[in-house]
Structure formats: structure tokens, C-alpha cells
Design a protein around this ligand. Structure first.
Ligand code: SAH
Length: 465
């Protein structure tokens, strides 16, 4: 029996040039008895392979390579699996651990495993084009060989919506030519056509090629298997052939004089930081009495629920003008609906979330709970709501002129709202205020509700989605 402990070294050797390989990556390859990798990767480190067993594999043999590494390590060998960039980024590190786990391996057992980090393609590409990644960014692979396209599209959409700088890996190959066209189409929903885009091919390798173009031009450019595409965010600009994403100093300092902007403090969160942004939202509502919380949600690009909580938190700062709000405690939606059914004439407003809103007037609506569904029944009108979608409910009032309850999903987006519409305003208001007082305080012990919500803090009716 061989008593030497086997070892698997997962080595990312950086973009491809010797100077950009780490010391540890070089040592790890030197230490190995066997080096396994794609033929192209093996070629990039060929100077380091003298006297070693070399296993070259094709593109589709990834799992085979993991199994081979494991088998050799079991014989007490030191095996280096090599990959360009960082081996944990769209690389072999994940499949290797999965193969090892499947074979019953655990850390500290017979085979030692070490992951050696390397500069990934997005670092290499960025360094050649200026400073495009100076703010929040994400990487998305356009390869649909192992990932369903709807998931890739969803991530592109989310990245676009959230204004991330986006690095596209595996943007295009001989067979996969339309993915980049789709990516462009999705990102153009959110980004200007002249958003800077860097197309970097073979960074730090012989055939290195860099194109600085715009999002509108991106899909027509020369892009291949060895290309990384960097797409700017809304702040990114191109100058003198470089692509720069500002770090955000301009939010705090005057870029000409260097002075701290009014209302900001050096070394502290921005006025619009976590602690204070809700005070800014209240001030915005105070400034102009015709502004509504829904407009504030659009203005601050925040969910309505966050604006309502900003209003509810008003404390000694002038509040949110005429607006006041309070959140319905935990699982009391049933109680709220029961109360609302007594309020006489109501307007029901249903948001589609896409800019369309349906408004209807109902007298004494009947609310029916039907499994997972809530139905609001009125003559010639029926509204059906998926209860698990409801995550929170709020009372919202503008002085005496507008009294409503808003039902939001767990992320704070509006599902529907009911507002008082009766002529007999006085008793309606009284009933509304009574419900407000009763339902926005923590529930008294021993109270049972129609639904069996597990906890107060949980979403209404116990659902979190
Ligand atoms: N583990 C690698 C990524 C492997 S996925 C890393 O961390 O970099 C393969 C993709 O990486 C390619 O399709 C290309 O998008 C990108 N890539 C790898 N090396 C590159 C290089 N030298 N220049 C530009 N892009 C590269």
C-alpha cells in the first residue's frame, strides 16, 4: 500500500501570461506528479511541465477529468487540475468537489484538496480597458449548455434593472450565436444604447484584441469563445479609449473643489444611506402636498412598502406632511378583511405591476377565503387574490381626505388597495380608525385567527412568497 497522502491542487493560472500567474500557482504545478487540463490550458503552462505526466482533455470531458484526478490522488499522487483565470469561476473546482463528495470524501480524510486562486477573465479584461469594475458588478455566463436560457435571461434582466456593470463570460461560440443578441435586447430595456462596452479577446495572450464600442453595436462586433464582454452601468463613461465606472465620490464631494457637499459628512454614510434615506423620503413627501407614496416609490426607485415604513417611522422631523401610515401586525389580515367588509363603500385598486391599474367601487364587499385564494365578491365584480402572495398590509391615510389599506407582497410591491369611498364619511372614518388602532398593535395572547399563520413576523397567512 502506498502511504503517501494524495493531493488534488485546483490551480487557476490567471489569464494566460506567465507574469500574471501567482507564485503559488507556479509552485503547485511544480509540486504535481500529474497535470490535467484542456489542451489549450496545458499549452499555456507547457514550460512548467517537464518530467510530469500530462493528461489533456477535450471540452466535454470535465467530469472524466475530475474522476481521473481523484483516482490518481487515491494512489497517493499529487494531481494539479489546471484552468485559466480562477478555477472556481466557471471552472473545475465545483465539479471536483462534487465528484469527491459523491465518492464519500470529506475534508481531512485521505485526499488533501487545495484551491489556488487566480485572476479571473473579468479582472484581466478590465485591467486592459481602464477601470470599468470600480463599482458593483456581476458575471453572467451566456452558455446555455448547462443552464436553462430563461434563468440566464432572468439574471440579465435583474442585472440590468439593478444597474450592475455586467461581465459576460462565454458570450458566443460557433454554435451559440444568438445569446449575445438576446443579452443586448434585454439590457437595452434598462441601459442607454450608447452605454460603453468593452470586448476583450484573449487578454494577456498572443492574439489579444480589445474593442471599445457601445451597447447598441455590441452584438454585431467580433466576439468569440475567448472573449469577455464588459458592459457599463448607467454611470460608466468612455474617454481616450478607456472605460471608467465612477466609484461614487461625486455623490459626496464636489468634483471640482473637492469640498464635501452640503448635508454630507466625510467618513459617514450618505444622507441617502441606510440610516437616513427614509428621512429624505419623508422630506420629499413634505415638500409638495400633492405627492403620493406611490410617486415617492417611483422617485426613490424603492418598493412601496419601504416608503410606507418611512412614513410610519416619522418622528419629530416634520413627518411625511399630511401622510400617516402603520403596518398591520403579523397575521391579522383576516381581521382586517373582516373589518373592511363593514366599511360600506370602498374603492378597490388593483395594480398589475406593469403600469396598468384597475379601479372599482364596491359597496360592502364580501370577502371569501377559498383555500389559497381570497375572493372579493360584489355585483358584476369579482377579484381573486393569491393569498400566499400577500406579505404585508398597511393602513395609509392623508389627513382626513384619503383613508386606505394597502396589501403588498413580501418584497413590498403593491398587490391591491382598498380605500374609503362612502358618502357617509364620518362613521366610515370611525370604523377605519378603530381597526387601525386594533390591528397595528401586537396581538393579545390567546387570540386565534382564521388562518394559522406560524408567527407574527412571518408573512401574512404564513406565506413568505
Ligand atoms: N475560469 C475562467 C473562466 C472559464 S469560462 C476564468 O476565471 O477566467 C471561459 C470564458 O472565460 C471564455 O468564454 C471567456 O469569456 C473567458 N475568458 C477566459 N480567458 C480569457 C482571456 N484570456 N481573455 C478574455 N476572456 C477570457
Amino acid at each position: 500500500m502506498n502511504t503517501r497522502k494524495g493531493k488534488i491542487l485546483l490551480v487557476g493560472f490567471g489569464p494566460g501570461s506567465a507574469e500574471h500567474m501567482t507564485q503559488r500557482a507556479r509552485e503547485a504545478i511544480a509540486e504535481a506528479d500529474t497535470v490535467i487540463g484542456y489542451a489549450t490550458y496545458i499549452n499555456l503552462v507547457r514550460d512548467l511541465l517537464d518530467g510530469k505526466e500530462v493528461v489533456r482533455k477535450g471540452m466535454t470531458e470535465e467530469i472524466d477529468r475530475c474522476i481521473e484526478a481523484w483516482e490518481r490522488a487515491r494512489q497517493g499522487k499529487t494531481v494539479a487540475l489546471v484552468s485559466s483565470g480562477d478555477i472556481g469561476v466557471y471552472g473545475m473546482a465545483g465539479p471536483t468537489y462534487e465528484t469527491l463528495f459523491a465518492a464519500g470524501w470529506e475534508p481531512g480524510s485521505d485526499i488533501e484538496v487545495e484551491v489556488i486562486p487566480g485572476a479571473t477573465a473579468l479582472n484581466a479584461a478590465a485591467s486592459l480597458i481602464g477601470a470599468p469594475l470600480t463599482h458593483d458588478f456581476c458575471a453572467i455566463s451566456l452558455s446555455d449548455l448547462l443552464t436553462p436560457w430563461p434563468r440566464i435571461a432572468r439574471r440579465l434582466d435583474a442585472a440590468g434593472r439593478a444597474d450592475f456593470v455586467v461581465a459576460l463570460y462565454n458570450p458566443k461560440s460557433g454554435r451559440r450565436t444568438q445569446q449575445i443578441v438576446e443579452a443586448q435586447r434585454i439590457l437595452l430595456r434598462y441601459r442607454k444604447p450608447d452605454t460603453p462596452v468593452a470586448i476583450v479577446k484573449s487578454a494577456y495572450r498572443q492574439k489579444q484584441d480589445i474593442q471599445l464600442v457601445t451597447l447598441k453595436e455590441m452584438a454585431e462586433c467580433k466576439i468569440g469563445m475567448l472573449t469577455t464582454v464588459l458592459i457599463g452601468n448607467s454611470q460608466t463613461y468612455a474617454r481616450h479609449g478607456l472605460m471608467i465606472t465612477p466609484r461614487g465620490y461625486g455623490n459626496k464631494y464636489d468634483t471640482e473643489t473637492g469640498a464635501v457637499r452640503e448635508g454630507e459628512q466625510a467618513g459617514r454614510s450618505l444622507r441617502m444611506g441606510l440610516e437616513n434615506w427614509k428621512a429624505c423620503a419623508r422630506a420629499w413627501l413634505r415638500e409638495d402636498p400633492i405627492r403620493t407614496p406611490e410617486e415617492a416609490a417611483r422617485h426613490f426607485d424603492a418598493p412601496l412598502g419601504e416608503i410606507l415604513s418611512a412614513i410610519a417611522e416619522s418622528e419629530g422631523d416634520g413627518g411625511a406632511g399630511a401622510w400617516s401610515a402603520a403596518r398591520v401586525q403579523g397575521a391579522r389580515i383576516d381581521d382586517l378583511l373582516e373589518a373592511a367588509a363593514q366599511w360600506g363603500r370602498l374603492h378597490a385598486r388593483v395594480a398589475s405591476g406593469t403600469g396598468a391599474e384597475c379601479r372599482l367601487t364596491v359597496d360592502n364587499p364580501v370577502f371569501l377565503l377559498d383555500g389559497d385564494r381570497l375572493r372579493l365578491e360584489a355585483p358584476q365584480f369579482s377579484l381573486e387574490i393569491e393569498l400566499p402572495r400577500l406579505g404585508q398590509a398597511w393602513f395609509l391615510r392623508r389627513a382626513e381626505t384619503e383613508s386606505a389599506v394597502h396589501f403588498l407582497d413580501a418584497a413590498g410591491r403593491k398587490v391591491f388597495a382598498l380605500s374609503l369611498a362612502g358618502k357617509d364619511k364620518h362613521w366610515q372614518q370611525q370604523a377605519y380608525v378603530h381597526a387601525w388602532q386594533a390591528l397595528t398593535k401586537p396581538r393579545a395572547a390567546g387570540f386565534t385567527s382564521l388562518s394559522n399563520a406560524p408567527s407574527e413576523e412571518n408573512a401574512l397567512n404564513g406565506a413568505t412568497q
